[in-house]
Design a protein around this ligand. Sequence first.
Ligand SMILES: Nc1nc2c(ncn2[C@@H]2O[C@H](COP(=O)(O)OP(=O)(O)O)[C@@H](O)[C@H]2O)c(=O)[nH]1
Ligand SMILES: [Mg+2]
Length: 330
Amino acid sequence: MPANLTPQYQKAEEEYRLAQTAEEQVACLEQMLQLIPKHKGTEKIQADLKTRLKDARIEAQTEKNASKATRSYRIPRQGAGQIVLLGAPNVGKSRLLAELTHAKPEVADYPFTTREVIPGMMEWEDVKVQLIDTPPVTSSHIEPYLLNMVRASDAVLLCFDGSSDDAPEETLDVTNQITERKTRLSDHSGFNEDDFSVVNIKTLMVITHADDSGLQDRLDFFHEMTDLRLPQVRVEFERSDSVENLRTEIFQLLDVIRIYTKKPGKPADKVDPFTIPRGGNVEDLAYKVHRDLAESLKYARVWGESVVDGQSVGRDHLLCDTDVVELHSI
Ligand SMILES: Nc1nc2c(ncn2[C@@H]2O[C@H](COP(=O)(O)OP(=O)(O)O)[C@@H](O)[C@H]2O)c(=O)[nH]1
Ligand SMILES: [Mg+2]
């Protein structure tokens, strides 16, 4: 029997996936249980949610009692999205972070330079995106915390060294380490519809040393070994045009639009836009601004491409990139 889950439920589910602490997970699961349509087709999911809620409550309690040190691998989400770098040793992960953000990871010609996760903020026009450098993954080792970090991220950059004959095999080792643990590198993010224990993560393959003449052969070899097909971008970090192209591709991976908010009678705050998923509406924006506002929202006025300037709209109104919005709750 089909579950017929509502868009509201699906939003809550996505929020649950992105939750960064057990406490957040508890809040999301409670909401999902409230929102899930109660009929035979959802009985299995309801039972699963209840089990998860029970576990999350226990974990939340443990987290509260735990010392700061054991919690330190959770990186608070910042900016328009959180993107995790993944790859074998020496493929250019730290170089990517160093080129695109102000973070200063160690970049070196020998493997295993990076032993911890390092976040940095990448600027794209007036938006910031969080990138997280990580220790390498090999056939024999993956840091245990990496998996949760990947599963709760908005997207992954899978780095492939275009100049190395070992790249096909080593990249396959990385993808195997991930997929063996109920996580699929994919063209979209979210729980698997048929199996709630499997999470898909939108992934862009970043092929470094883009000018290397043997690159295409190495990619072909990789594709002979695996059915995995992911969108790709090539980059040579020595060329600034190539680095700027990568910056744009990374932003576009998030598939978000920018919205500027304004207060009645005041000019728009055109510096620090909110971002919402493409296809998002006024309610999504209100939710981003403040959870309570989403509930009390009565109407909005919008300036932008899709409207007559200052037009009053309801909470379902679809927003466009760079729209200016005034939210009214009375
Ligand atoms: N010329 C060039 N060097 C690169 C490129 N990507 C990575 N490197 C170099 O490869 C080495 C390993 O890079 P690093 O970022 O430390 O790899 P990580 O182990 O994946 O973090 C460094 O010397 C980088 O400067 C690239 O696109 N072009
Ligand atoms: Mg590194």
